[in-house]
Design a protein around this ligand. Structure first.
Ligand code: C5P
Length: 215
């Protein structure tokens, strides 16, 4: 029998890539598969947590025992996360939130035009930044950072700017793949390397770091 270190803890996990629709069928999104977030939700439940998964669209089966709320856009996700935030002990913000959305939405399918179409974008809310501003001292907030370069430097900057307890940093190559690897950076400066492994094993590795003081 597994130990249940998350027993009695409310855990919020976000996963997947948000979709920002232009018209009823076209959207802007990113290549996130949701696998890492779903693995984190599944393993949080296995460790005894009371888990709420707020999921942008994915092709994945919902993890057993986990309450799930489906959302589509960053705005939807922002609303759901903020509705539940105060209730949570641990927040794991794994979703790949689209940074921008189209300025306007057409209820009718956009027609093919003679000229090159122009899509104007406007910023979405930065959900994690808002969580960081609102979080209480007894809440643990974990962010993710996918970087093309300067992995540690950029992730450390995000950890500080977004007021996180932990950030998990990956190079972009793990996006939508089966295997995960990266580094865990703690707000006190400690760094732990995550060796290459399956995303569920990696989720277990990351969650275990919450309960063990050593790195
Ligand atoms: O700054 P960057 O987008 O790289 O930070 C990544 C982290 O911030 C991830 O944990 C992601 O879920 C979160 N994020 C967010 N809202 C956004 C953009 C990113 O919560 N609009």
């Amino acid at each position: 029998i597994l130990p249940k270190p998350l027993k009695g803890k409310k855990v919020l996990v976000t996963a997947g890539g948000t979709r920002e629709f232009l018209d009823p069928i076209r959207y802007i999104s990113n290549a996130s598969s949701g696998k890492m977030g779903y693995a984190l939700a599944k393993i949080s439940y296995a460790l005894g947590g009371d888990v709420l998964l707020i999921s942008a669209p994915t092709c994945l089966k919902k993890p057993y025992g986990v309450k799930t709320v489906d959302v589509v856009s960053a705005e939807d996700m922002y609303r759901e996360v903020m509705n539940h935030l105060d209730d949570m002990d641990i927040v794991i913000m794994n979703a790949a939130v689209a940074d921008f959305k189209p300025e306007s939405y057409s209820r009718k399918k956009l027609k093919k035009a003679e000229e090159k179409p122009v899509i104007n974008l406007e910023p979405n809310p930065d959900i994690l930044l808002e969580i960081g501003k609102r979080k209480r001292d007894d809440q643990i907030v974990i962010g993710f950072a996918a970087e093309s370069e300067k992995l540690i430097e950029n992730a450390k900057d995000k950890l500080k700017r977004k007021n996180l307890d932990i950030i998990v940093a990956n190079l972009l190559e793990v996006f939508s793949k089966e295997k995960h690897k990266g580094v865990i950076i703690f707000s006190d400066g400690r760094i732990t390397e995550i060796p290459p492994m399956d995303k569920e094993e990696s989720a277990y590795f990351i969650l275990n770091k919450l309960f063990t003081k050593d790195s």
